[in-house]
Design a protein around this ligand. Sequence first.
Ligand SMILES: Nc1ncnc2c1ncn2[C@@H]1O[C@H](COP(=O)(O)OP(=O)(O)O)[C@@H](O)[C@H]1O
Ligand SMILES: O=P(O)(O)O[C@H]1O[C@H](CO)[C@@H](O[C@H]2O[C@H](CO)[C@@H](O)[C@H](O)[C@H]2O)[C@H](O)[C@H]1O
Length: 502
Amino acid sequence: MSDTAPTRATRNSPDRRPLVTAPDLLSSLVPLLAEWVPRQRWFAGKGRLLTGFTLLSATELLPCTGDGTAPGLLQLLVRAQQSAPPSRTPAGGDCYQLLLGVHPAPAPQLAPAVIGRPGGGPLRGRTVYDALLDNRLCGLLLERLRVPGRLGGLRFCREADVDIPSGLPARPIAVEQSNSSIVYGDSFILKVFRRIEPGVNPDLELPRALADAKCARVPAPAAWFESATADESGEATTLGVLQPFLAGSADGWQLALNALAVRADFTGSARALGHATAEVHTALAQTLPTTELRRPQLDVIAAQMHQRLEATARAVPVLQPYRARLRTAFDELAAVGHDGRSWAAQRIHGDLHLGQTLRTADEGRWSLIDFEGEPARPLAERRRPQPAVRDVAAMLRSFDYAARSGPAGGDPWALEWARRTRDAYCLGYAEAGGLDPRSAPELMRAYETDKAVYEVLYEARHRPDWLAVPMAAIRRLAAGGVPAVGVDGSGPARSPGSDGRG
Ligand SMILES: Nc1ncnc2c1ncn2[C@@H]1O[C@H](COP(=O)(O)OP(=O)(O)O)[C@@H](O)[C@H]1O
Ligand SMILES: O=P(O)(O)O[C@H]1O[C@H](CO)[C@@H](O[C@H]2O[C@H](CO)[C@@H](O)[C@H](O)[C@H]2O)[C@H](O)[C@H]1O
């Protein structure tokens, strides 16, 4: 996506100036957005001053200044200007997608969605609200996705062989997430991406590649919408993806916590999840480019891990005392390359954890979702081939999270549960053709450390009460450098809510 001038909308009546080219549209919205955007979970710039917005593009999906009997629908891409951007922030600030409902007097049940009433500009006298909380406007988005083609700055695309019925009732999902998702009937789920980077989103790219490879472990995209114009590299920017909804499924995080609550074994489930992960990795390696990582690439990866550690230690001082010993994990990764060894790299999930897995109620079959990768990393980095072990290390962290934050709260039984569960996952992964993670201790330790560092920053920013969970892993990794597989992970632990030193 390039910083384009506001796009002309279609469907405007010929006798009025298109709303989206009205020069004062953004300026009238800025005071409202400055208040509302930083409060949204998907806002990635928490903790830094928001100094303004730039309008990158706007598309009127439904007329916003009609007679007021029907709501308008406006899609905007805005750049949020902030103080002291971290290195990952594109010049000028992060770009966000907003879908805004516009109505003189929205129904009372939309009160929680209200953003405000512009004091001037083309929307003066109307209420602007989050359209993704309005089931009627969400229904309209589905209708748009059913009919491929261009509308203003957007292009709607769909797979020809998928039947998307009209009129499915819409409901927003009520879970914590990085983007915004809407469920239609019990048939489809639409994820509207919030923080936008130019190019194809891996959450469209990888599931489409897996569908082509006939890998049934990932719901296949049915439709999507994207920027109508290509970016500098010739790619359209993905803005939303519709995929089949796995009705009645439960996510792995909840299943793991349920098991911990009744002190039940989880090794069978973990082993099956290991199978599913290996199947997805095998299909990705068969269908998308792979490479071999050796010196100097391993030096570069180790250097990036060092940088993330240093940046996180600056932002979260509780990490400072462990820096020197954690660094040895990254040095050992670089040493693999210096020894003349190499590692296969391929496209991976990139942010695998129990919350990204769904098990169907009827067949008990695991699926993986959300291939966006770690939201904090630049898109180009997320789309690079990486050792598959990185996903495995991330999942092992998730078992540790469950054992330390669940009802058993990190007691010795829970930590032993985590050890057995991790081993079962690795066993399943190796059985289904993946590399046995235990044969790659340097990679496992480096990636597990890197992930724990990422989690420290993530928790400090989003859920400070949970900081104790990754900090427990930081202490273990710093103390002995022992990878999570095949050790008991023992040591003092407290549940989330303690002071980060549990
Ligand atoms: N295909 C699906 N079927 C059923 N539920 C889904 C599906 N995809 C996502 N979900 C639910 O939506 C939640 C958010 O989806 P996710 O892709 O993780 O969004 P985000 O990237 O915004 O975090 C998941 O935790 C899961 O509960
Ligand atoms: O699901 P997202 O793409 O939004 O991922 C982010 O949020 C996750 C938490 O919701 C976070 O995962 C961390 O907490 C999980 C428990 O809530 C745990 O299972 C994971 O192992 C742990 O990393 C994820 O890191 C973040 O990117």
